[in-house]
Design a protein around this ligand. Structure first.
Ligand SMILES: [Zn+2]
Ligand SMILES: [Zn+2]
Length: 180
């Protein structure tokens, strides 16, 4: 985004609406905006004394996996953007006021990508789930708990384990007979 005209006329503003190609890295290992998917950006750039103030929204489709059951999930995400890009010569001064200072590049363009990336990645859920009460997978065998909420593994006393093994063998023998 070139801001030369804004620079030349203080107090002016420009609105940009565009659908961009999402760059890589807009996500966490589990969820994110897929690279090359659509990123809808609607921003107003105001030429202010200190620089260019960008405000508006950025929106995209988040895709990924439920952190509990690993099912595919997707949901829309919109973030609010308010970011001042200081004029290059003001950066030193502004940096003292605020840590998160960003600057207009020396060729009078602003790079929105790192701003949007920070905003969108920090808006992503830390532990994404397909639904709030997703029961996830059995920690012992990976069974989808959703299919049988009663699913559990009996914690056998080692003294009984042998007996249980024997009972299982008998059951299997029964099954073999009945299926034959
Ligand atoms: Zn799930
Ligand atoms: Zn299990």
């Amino acid at each position: 985004m070139n801001v030369k005209e804004l620079r030349d006329s203080p107090g002016s503003s420009e609105t940009v609406r565009r659908t961009a190609d999402a760059p890589e890295g807009f996500g966490t290992p589990l969820v994110g905006i897929e690279e090359h998917s659509e990123l809808d950006v609607e921003l107003r750039f105001d030429s202010v004394h200190e620089g260019v103030l960008a405000s508006g929204t950025a929106a995209g489709l988040v895709q990924g996996q439920c952190g509990r059951c690993l099912d595919a999930i997707s949901f829309p995400l919109t973030v609010d953007v308010t970011q001042l890009f200081a004029w290059p010569e003001n950066v030193q001064e502004a940096a003292e006021d605020e840590d998160e200072t960003r600057a207009v590049d020396s060729d009078l363009t602003v790079n929105l990508e790192p701003v949007l990336r920070d905003l969108m990645v920090s808006a992503l859920p830390f532990a994404p789930v397909c639904r709030d009460d997703c029961p996830g997978l059995c920690s012992q065998c990976g069974f989808r708990m959703e299919e049988d909420l009663e699913h559990e593994h009996e914690q056998l006393d080692p003294r009984w384990a042998e007996l249980a093994g024997l009972a299982e063998q008998l059951n299997e023998a029964d099954d073999d007979r009945s299926s034959a």
